[in-house]
Design a protein around this ligand. Structure first.
Ligand SMILES: Nc1ncnc2c1ncn2[C@@H]1O[C@H](COP(=O)(O)OP(=O)(O)O)[C@@H](O)[C@H]1O
Ligand SMILES: [Mg+2]
Length: 309
């Protein structure tokens, strides 16, 4: 049985033990999928003013003002991405299912709160499997839920695609803030016209950019963001795990990881090896991307489930 088949099996199998047991953590995603229907809307945090989000978090940063840009909705929609206009479309429906357990784990809604669960990395074994596609859709889907403020970080610094796909003009970003201590994160953020979606571009790239992902400056930045915004979701688009060791270091800071697997293309061995690289993360969900729809099934993505550690 393949890892993905196992994950799919786990999703449909009845819970093996009480959900509150610590050892049930490996099946949090499957449990959360099931429980997501029970999450009361009233338990969400209060709505914030989008103008102040991610902006100045202290007096010292009081001068900071992030830019606002328009997302190219027509292009996004044409490419099959979620937009506020097609929130009833197929992709929107699928990502609604995918985001539920992630949100539940992040904020302890109907399940145990996962440590750093609001830090979510979208990764894959190989390039081209759909990391950026899934990271963007996940971020938009979460942002469209009124209560959730989302920061989408383009951490695939060698091949940044987030601004291009969204149709945003990006200049400085993650790499710049990692290299220059005088820069303020809040100055580099791009607020978008998708309410509650803010983007941190990868920044100006250079030859050994990826190495910065494993630097102490990156560790510090991720910790700062996580501590400062515990009630917000931060989605990291990332490099492929098997292409660069730094992606695994980045993974070690995350509370949850979505491992995108391209259907009928990624070798099982590559998926296994990728999973070995992210052992440090407590919650890993597999997302089967670009799957051929099964007759009579609503699922384009096929399966989404945790693998048993
Ligand atoms: N499920 C999908 N449906 C439609 N297009 C997709 C899907 N997944 C990926 N793509 C497209 O495939 C291309 C490669 O995906 P991308 O997210 O850039 O891969 P990665 O970030 O893993 O390198 C992009 O043009 C993306 O929009
Ligand atoms: Mg990408």
């Amino acid at each position: 049985m393949s890892i993905i088949e196992k994950a799919a099996g786990k999703l449909s199998a009845p819970p093996a033990r009480a959900e509150t047991e610590p050892q049930a953590r490996e099946s949090l995603i499957e449990g959360a999928v099931r429980r997501s229907r029970e999450i009361p809307a009233a338990s969400a945090p209060p709505v914030e003013d989008p103008a102040t989000i991610w902006g100045a978090a202290s007096e010292a940063e009081g001068h900071a003002r992030s830019q606002v840009q328009q997302v190219n909705m027509a292009r996004l929609s044409h490419m099959g991405y979620i937009t506020p206009e097609n929130e009833k479309g197929q992709a929107a429906e699928e990502f609604r299912i995918i985001k539920r357990p992630l949100i539940a784990n992040a904020f302890g809604l109907g399940t145990a709160r996962v440590k750093n669960g609001n830090l979510i990395m979208v990764t894959s074994a190989l390039p081209g499997e759909g990391k950026t596609y899934c990271a963007i859709n996940l971020a938009i889907s979460m942002a469209m839920e009124m209560e959730r403020t989302v920061l989408l970080v383009d951490a695939d610094v060698a091949r940044p695609r987030v601004p291009e796909y969204l149709g945003l003009q990006a200049d400085r970003g993650l790499l710049d803030v990692l290299r220059d201590k005088d820069l303020h994160l809040s100055d580099l953020l791009i607020r978008t016209d998708i309410a509650k979606l803010t983007v941190l571009p990868a920044g100006r790239t250079y030859k050994r950019a990826t190495e910065l992902l494993a630097s102490s400056a990156m560790t510090q930045l991720v910790e700062d963001i996580g501590n400062r915004y515990p009630d917000r979701i931060i989605v990291f688009d990332s490099p492929p795990l098997l292409a660069t060791s730094e992606a695994s270091v980045l993974a070690s800071h995350m509370g949850q990881i979505v491992l995108v697997v391209e259907s009928e293309r990624t070798p099982q061995e590559a998926v296994r090896e990728a999973i070995n690289h992210i052992q440090s993360c407590e919650v890993v969900g597999l997302l089967l991307n670009k799957a051929t729809p099964m007759p009579g099934s609503d699922y384009y993505y096929g399966y989404y489930g945790s693998y048993g550690k």
